[in-house]
Each structure stands twice: as C-alpha cells, then as structure tokens.
Design a binder for this molecule. Structure first.
Ligand SMILES: [Zn+2]
Length: 472
C-alpha cells in the first residue's frame, strides 16, 4: 500500500502548491465561482452565436456608415437580450471616410490589371492618373530619397510583414501604410502604393488607416493604396527587368464630413461597489471589405458573452463589470479616446481594463500593468487561468487599442494575449469572415475574460488605478 499512498501524496502536492498564491489573494468562494465560470464557458459559450449574428445581420460596418448605425442598434439589443443590468450609448464624433472605385493596371511594359484597395482615410486621385513606379525597400529608404526625386511618379514600398504568434511583425511593417503617403508626397510623388501589411498569399489587398502629416509645412495629401501580396510580387518582378513600369491608378475615396457614432455599453451592476468598474470590450466598427468577424466581431462577442455569464451568477459581483463595444477604432481609436475623455474624472474607479482585439485565436498568456501590491492578485488570476493553457507572464504586453487612452490617464490594465499566427492572413481584407473563427477557441477566450473580469471585481484593494496629472 506504500506505493499508492506515495503516489497519492505526490498527486496532491502539485495542486496544493499551485493554489497557495490564489488562496492568499482571494476568498475561497470567489475562487470557486471563478473556476465555475471558467469551466462553464470553456464547455460552450454564447460567443460564436453573437459573432455569427453580428456578421450575418449587420456585416461590414465602416465607421459612420449606415451599417455602423445598424451595428449600434444591434449591440444595444444584444446587451439587453443577454440580460445586462444597464445598457447605454455615448457619442463619438470623427471625420467620415468613404471608399468608391479603386482600380490599378500596368500600362507598360506588360499590360495587366492589379488588385488594390485604398488605404483608409486616403484622398481620391480625381480621375485616372498615369505615372512611372519607383520602388523602395521600406519607409526609411523612401525617407532617404531626395526631395523632388519623385516628381510625377508613383512611390511603391515593398516591405513584407513577418509572421509571428504575437504579431510583432506588424509594427516594423505598418509605418509604410500609416506614414508612407506623406513621406512620398514630400519627395514629389503623385500617389503611394504599398505591399499589403499582411502575411497571406491571397489576391486580397489589406486596407487600414493612413495618417497624413498635418500642419502648415505638411506635404499635399496624395492617394494611397495597398496591392495584394501576389500583385506586389508581380510588380516587383516587372521592375526587376529594368525597364520603366507605368501604371494607371484610379481611386475614388475621401472624407465627406463629420459623423457621430456611439460607444455601446452594457453593465452588470456590482452589489457592494457599483461605482467601481472592471472594463472589458472590443470594437464594434470594422473595415468595409470583409464582414469584420475576427476584427473585431470576435472581441465584441467574447467580452459580451463573458459579461453575460457573470450577470447570470446567483450572487452578483462586488464591483460592476462593464462591457464596451467601442466606436471607430480602425480610423484612429476614436471610441477609446472618447470614453477616456468622458470618464476622465473616474480613472481611480476604473479598477482594471482589458480589450480583445487580436482576432479569435486562443489565449496563451496573461500580462498586466498593476501596482506592486496587486501583483499577487494577478498571479492568482493566472493560476485560475492555467488549466486553459494560459501562462502568467510577469512582464511585457500592452493594453488593447481602445484601452490605451484610459491607461495613459492612469488606469491599470491586463492583457489576455491571443495566438495571432494567422491573424494577419485575413486582417483588414475581404477574407475577414466568420469561417475563420473556431467556436471552441472562442469559448476558451470567453472563459479567460470571465475569470479575469469576475476576480478583478472581487479583488481586495484594486490594482492601482489612479488618475495621472494631465500634461500641461
Ligand atoms: Zn481591431
């Protein structure tokens, strides 16, 4: 009987040591409830049905469009249907951008059509323009060109995005999209083309916002578009032959005025400290090419489903759990900024925030920026998440895009890092559709958000949120 006894002791030892931190940080009932939420959600959640509903009944929802207004109505109705205690909207105003015709073709030396899409916020070309293409390896190479050297030309940036799990290939590549147009214009270019900021080989270009330089000395605004990656290869192969390559571009797009959309908010009201809030969410707007399934229907669905599960508990959480479907993230984080402005006097009441906006891949890590005193609570939450295959990283990470403005004002944040290995195959393309979502992976994410939000709502003493003095 010795051997079984020893085996039993060894089997007990691992979970015992593993739960010490969580038992010190949270009351046993809170841990029990968190484990219940985790296992319930991981076994099947409402999230897939929610994102199916959004992509089917609303579809593409470019900020400020008629479809965006339908998405706002959809989100209000969905929060109500899911039983949230309070549902409301807060206005968000921004320049409204519109996409029209977008055509590109090679005129010489090898005439053929190219697949492009205008970058978000691009101006139009005022009819077709015809010009020679000049290629640059990356934004830095374009910046190094002499002023005037691109007079009457189309600049073309060829940099490739590298595939990684955490998406770190995006940052180095995306400058071509966000700043390339003004850089090219400062050298005299008529228009900008870029290789898509994406990791796929599909003939679907990736859109995404650009930012024109502003100010008295800013160069003129020129039209900008992305080539699909196979079209970028094709253009590069033509240029390699050494003869001038002439293109015709016709882009009809531009800002048409100001529009107002809404952050849509659903809240599960806290029983002890209703004014104290744990905030989770995703962004409701999408680009217009796909149906906005992974960006960011998934994030909206995951956090709505997680909030609803907490709302279904027999005993409400001590603090409030607020789920925000943010307006217009894509064109400049307008919803997150508007939320922070609206709630700037309540930073210390926003206990912690986390956003799901990195597709629908499984979560593999918990990271957080909290006070030293709250580190044991985060470690304890990590222990409850461990059975989901989620590790606690004590360093690194960053807040989701719509959480940045609140974090900058002093709110503590957490990140549930998702596997984004294939995210940039579909990101901002016509291929961002429901079939890219694995319902079981979505359930794992709902489980993680439910645990995080619930335990944050029960934590003694919060996570160190405190308003920073505003910059003069
Ligand atoms: Zn997004």
């Amino acid at each position: 009987m010795r051997i079984p006894t020893l085996a039993l002791a060894a089997a007990l030892l691992a979970p015992l040591t593993a739960t010490i931190a969580s038992e010190a940080a949270f009351a046993p009932d809170a841990l029990k409830t968190a484990a219940y939420l985790r296992d319930l959600a991981n076994g099947g959640s409402a999230a897939y049905d929610i994102v199916e509903s959004l992509t089917t009944e609303v579809g593409p929802r470019l900020a400020g469009s008629e479809a965006d207004a339908r998405a706002v109505a959809w989100a209000k109705a969905k929060f109500q249907e899911l039983g949230f205690d309070r549902v409301w909207t807060e206005p968000v105003t921004f320049p409204q951008w519109r996409r029209g015709v977008e055509l590109a073709e090679v005129l010489a030396p090898y005439p053929q059509p190219l697949h492009i899409t205008a970058l978000g916020l691009s101006v139009g070309s005022n009819g077709p323009i015809e010009a020679e293409v000049v290629a640059f390896a990356d934004l830095a190479a374009l910046s190094a060109a002499e002023p005037g050297s691109l007079d009457g030309k189309i600049a073309y940036i060829t940099n490739r995005m590298i595939r990684t799990r955490d998406g770190k290939g995006y940052g180095p590549a995306v400058g071509a999209r966000s700043r390339g147009a003004s850089e090219a214009a400062s050298k005299g270019a008529l228009a900008l083309l870029i290789r898509s900021i994406g990791t796929d080989h599909d003939r679907m270009p990736h859109t995404g916002a650009l930012q024109y330089a502003e100010g008295d000395n800013a160069p003129p605004k020129i039209p900008a578009a992305a080539l699909s990656n196979p079209d970028a290869d094709l253009l590069t192969n033509m240029l390699r032959r050494g003869q001038p390559v002439r293109l015709r571009l016709n882009i009809d797009a531009g800002v048409v005025g100001m529009a107002t959309s809404y952050n849509v908010i659903g809240e599960i009201t806290g029983s002890q400290y209703p004014e104290q809030v744990v905030i989770i969410g995703g962004h409701l707007d999408s680009w217009d090419l796909g149906t906005g399934a992974i960006d960011d229907g998934a994030g909206v669905a995951i956090t709505m489903a997680a909030g609803a599960l907490i709302g279904d508990l027999k005993t409400p959480p001590e603090r409030s759990v607020r789920v925000v479907a943010f307006a217009n993230e894509e064109q400049g984080l307008f919803g997150g900024k508007a939320y922070a402005e609206q709630h700037k006097a309540e930073i210390s009441q926003h206990i912690i925030g986390a956003e799901s906006d990195f597709g629908a891949g499984r979560i593999y890590a918990l990271r957080a920026a909290v006070s030293e005193a709250a580190r044991p609570q985060i470690a304890a939450i990590g222990e409850v998440l461990a059975p989901l295959g989620i590790a606690h990283d004590s360093e690194g990470g960053g807040p989701g895009p719509d959480i940045i403005a609140m974090a900058e004002r002093g709110m503590a944040w957490a990140q549930l890092a998702q596997d984004g290995s294939d995210y940039f195959d579909y990101h901002h393309t016509a291929n961002d559709t429901l079939d890219k979502i694995d319902p079981r992976a979505l359930d794992q994410q709902v489980a993680a958000y439910a645990v995080l939000a619930y335990l944050a709502a029960q934590a003694d003493g919060g996570f160190g949120s405190a308003a920073k003095p505003e910059a003069p």
